[in-house]
Design a protein around this ligand. Structure first.
Ligand code: FAD
Length: 499
């Protein structure tokens, strides 16, 4: 079976909601209440979610609402991202074809717009955003609002089953899924407000005093068992952006077939929702995410035929690579994917060896019998909103692509901050550290935290960051950051904090 629910797992136990019925193009199916529509569809063996104008099929890719591969018409609303829309009893789901028109009965699908005002808005509830909100709250900012487009807080931690290394203060030894629960509990205990299933789609810098920033968010709200869409205008005195990153794509023949997925998308399907999105996989990229996901696929009962890596060396930590190699998965360095084989969905893949200039070597092509291709070829910071907010962007390849020019307090503008993957791709521990710095700086700039107190917190975290980045990879990151961190902190952004 290509797709299947995971019933047995060495680490995870899946608590599913009650069974509910819904329809796909008029045909009755069932799924579990609260799981994404995309998961329920795959579990029913349905994987073509929409077709382009030219008939090319589209199926899920990122599973976190960042791409456009899973758009469908849901309860009359076109372009609904089915990977982040929870299933409800009686939903009417339809395959989308080309560019859909507007909903027939607009008033039924939408709730009236509203306006709210908060001192600090944190966009993104991953490790960076959650620690930023907690830190700002602890230093005196009482009305903090976290907006996240996901269905739960935690960001990418929600799918990470491996144990973290490093500093005990940042939960070393715990699994990502446990860290997500701890941070969520800390947010709840403080009564920090959250707006889930809320996507910030626009941000504008304003002139005071009404608000320094205006954000526009599209929010899903349940009204009498049906999801309706609403628009919320959020006025904010300060904004911390912690929107994370998106998975990169790779050009090869047939790369748009259903079954070519981001490795993180596969991780979400398996580890968050207990769904196996294939039975035999090829992983492209032997960095940390690719190798970790390969191991997690094995745990979920997916056979991993090979991991191909175009570079001469494996990029992942040795301990992770050794684990998959011990389970008999070949890691083929100096290899790449040439094409996905299939009509609508993946039925195989052709790989080949490459020369020193990364050109495929003729005669080394080989077909693999796979139904799932996991792309793990890097992440790129999700900078769209900070760019709108006026951040100056600079391209730094080692940090994932374009990132915002900022000061050491993570400010890119007065009362505007970045943290986590958005300010350079690293990993969740450094995302938490950066979140703390941004949260403390915001509390200071808003006049809630005494300079000495904010400065004490920031200096302590800076020391932690320095220690964490003292290895060879960390040192290269420190070096790359020099291209975007302006010294000294510009006066117009708030200047130095503390003595
Ligand atoms: C797909 C993926 C898989 C990963 N897998 C691993 C792994 O296996 N192992 C590992 O060590 N590291 C992994 N990482 C890296 C690591 O998880 C990150 O470094 C860490 O999670 C970064 O934290 P963050 O808070 O910056 O971003 P995230 O954890 O990505 O959190 C960002 C949050 O912002 C929200 N958001 C984004 N845009 C908007 C918007 N416009 N409006 C509202 N909310 C928004 C998202 O829903 C998300 O919850 C992965 C990263 C990604 C992107």
């Amino acid at each position: 079976m290509r797709y299947g629910r995971i019933e047995e797992h060495p680490i995870l136990k899946f608590e599913r909601g009650r069974k509910v019925r819904f329809t796909l193009d008029g045909r009755e199916l069932w799924g579990y209440e609260g799981e994404p529509i995309a998961i329920a569809l795959l579990a029913n063996g349905h994987d073509v979610f929409f077709r382009m104008e030219d008939g090319r099929p589209r199926g899920p890719f990122c599973m976190i609402g960042k791409c456009s591969s899973c758009l469908m018409v849901v309860d009359g609303v076109p372009n609904t991202r089915t990977c982040v829309t929870p299933l409800r009893e009686g939903m009417d789901v339809r395959t989308q074809h080309g560019e859909p028109g507007l909903p027939e009965r607009v008033s039924d699908s939408f709730v009236p717009p509203m306006e709210i005002r908060r001192s600090l808005v944190v966009v993104g509830g991953g490790p960076a955003g959650l620690t930023a909100a907690i830190q700002a709250h602890d230093l005196g900012v009482e009305d903090v609002l976290i907006v996240d487009e996901g269905m739960r807080l935690g960001g990418q931690l929600l799918k990470q089953t491996h144990r973290f290394f490093g500093n005990k203060k940042y939960y070393a030894g715990k699994r990502g899924i446990e860290i997500a629960r701890i941070l969520e509990r800390e947010v709840e205990e403080r009564g920090i407000e959250k707006m889930l299933m809320g996507t910030v789609i626009g941000v504008f810098r304003e002139s005071e005093p009404r608000a320094r920033y205006t954000l526009g968010a599209v929010v899903k709200r349940e009204v009498n068992g049906v999801y309706k869409t609403g628009f919320v205008r959020i006025l904010a005195d300060a904004v911390i952006f912690a929107t994370g990153a998106a998975e990169k794509y790779l050009p090869f023949e047939n790369n748009d077939l259903v079954g070519v997925m981001g490795a993180g998308g596969i991780q979400t399907a398996m580890n968050v929702w207990g769904l196996r999105p294939g039975s035999r996989a090829l992983v492209v990229g032997a960095g940390n995410v690719g190798v970790i996901v390969a191991y997690q696929m094995l745990q979920a009962g997916i056979k991993v035929e090979a991991i191909v890596e175009i570079m001469p060396r494996i990029g992942a930590y040795f301990v992770h690579a050794a684990k998959v190699a011990r389970r008999g998965v070949p890691i083929l360095t100096r290899h790449t994917i040439l094409r996905a084989i299939g009509e609508d969905r993946v039925e195989g893949a052709t790989i080949a060896r490459v020369d020193d200039r990364w050109n495929p070597i003729p005669g080394t092509e080989r077909d693999l019998d796979v139904d799932l291709i996991a792309l793990s070829v890097g992440l790129k910071p999700s900078v769209e909103l900070v760019q709108q907010a006026g951040a100056r962007l600079r391209y730094v390849g080692r940090l994932g692509g374009f990132i915002a020019v900022r000061d050491r307090y993570h400010r890119f503008a007065p009362f505007g901050y970045v943290a986590g993957d958005l300010s350079g791709i690293e990993e969740a521990t450094t995302a938490m550290m950066e979140g703390k710095i941004a949260g403390a700086a915001a509390a200071h700039d808003l006049g809630r935290a005494p300079p000495r107190e904010a400065s004490r917190v920031i200096r302590e975290v800076e020391e932690d960051l320095k220690t964490f980045r003292s290895g060879p990879i960390g040192r290269r990151i420190e070096e790359a950051l020099r291209a975007v961190v302006v010294e000294p902190p510009p006066e117009e952004w708030g200047g130095e904090i503390g003595d």
